[in-house]
Design a protein around this ligand. Sequence first.
Ligand code: ADP
Length: 400
Amino acid sequence: MTTKQNELILVINAGSSSIKFSLFENSAADPVLLYKGLAEGIYVDPKFTAKDASDAKLVSAEAIPGSAKNHDEALRHMLAWINGVINGRKIAVIGHRVVHGGTKFSQPVVVTAEVVSELEKLIPLAPLHEPHNITPIKILQGLLPDVPQVACFDTAFHANQPELNQLYGLPYEFSQQEGIRRYGFHGLSYEYIASVLPQIDARAAEGRTVVCHLGNGSSMAALQACKGIASTMGFTALEGLPMGTRTGSIDAGVVLHLLNHLKMDAKQIEDLLYKKSGLLGMSGISSDMRDLEASDSPRAKLAIDYFVSRIVRETGSLAAALQGIDALVFTAGIGENDALTRAAVCAQLGWLGVIVDPAANAVRSGEPRRISAEDSKVAVYVIPTNEELMIARQANTCVA
Ligand code: ADP
């Protein structure tokens, strides 16, 4: 059983300094977006913004009153605004993005006190994200005690990867007893892509697809018949591709060197790997691809070239895991909007049978589209992702 038609589904995606929300209304088909927005600058200068479904701003960076400036105040402010626009209608379910489900959660789950305590045990696996995902769950248990909440996991899509693709070359007990294994992330995005792929390309949906989720955080996944079998991200969201400010894969020996010879402490190394590297660190200019493309600095070019070359190499690796490739999909901020990156990646994948149609690649649209040439052996698509809709769907189907 799912929530009833016209009931409201609230989706929450919380981070360390921001809480994003989307409010959906149930319909006979997919949930329909009504409003979205965010509280940002939490702990510093909290501001609230809200938009309608057509992206028109209803509230623009309005200061959130209060002295605590914390998640609690931000959520109360957000809920008060939502209550104002829904005019007495009740929220039927709340879906939360939760970054890590560990080995325990491979499906969305209705939140209970026991689930919260299990989620808290996962904090060491994702210390920068998991606590901020749990905080709004607890606050909303207090504010809306009668509304069921559902945790939707970014790791769940990858939970059934073959064991070989989940392991590191560490002694086996580390994966079994300590949970040190490759989990993979961005699963809600991949699951959304997998859900729409059958309508876009039936052959790819039954076959072998590599999806490139290229945003601020970037990763890639290999889909066999729409199921995840390998991913570039592993134990944390640091592995794989270089990202806006994260290194991507790096020899673990470098970390030992930073620790032992450069005498950096754990916090400094964490800062370096997560916040000062990737496109930002390599270019010395910005973590935003638009800034790098607008720059004529050789280091901006170097950062872009490195990003592209890692995507190309990971495509080879994932195609090998799939034993071939029928389709390549680009999604997220860079994947959806950046024709230059897509063209550069595809140009270096000619050996795999990828041929891009330059006119199709140049089209700007919010719709899924094919960008490969007729004679390309591999079909190439741009498919806008929709993680919020995926959470709304999961929350909807999870509540009885
Ligand atoms: P997040 O991981 O925060 O959800 P997004 O998926 O929104 O990030 O991606 C954000 C990134 O997308 C930006 O940092 C920027 O580099 C890139 N981006 C957005 N629009 C464009 C564009 N028109 N051209 C190139 N890059 C873009």
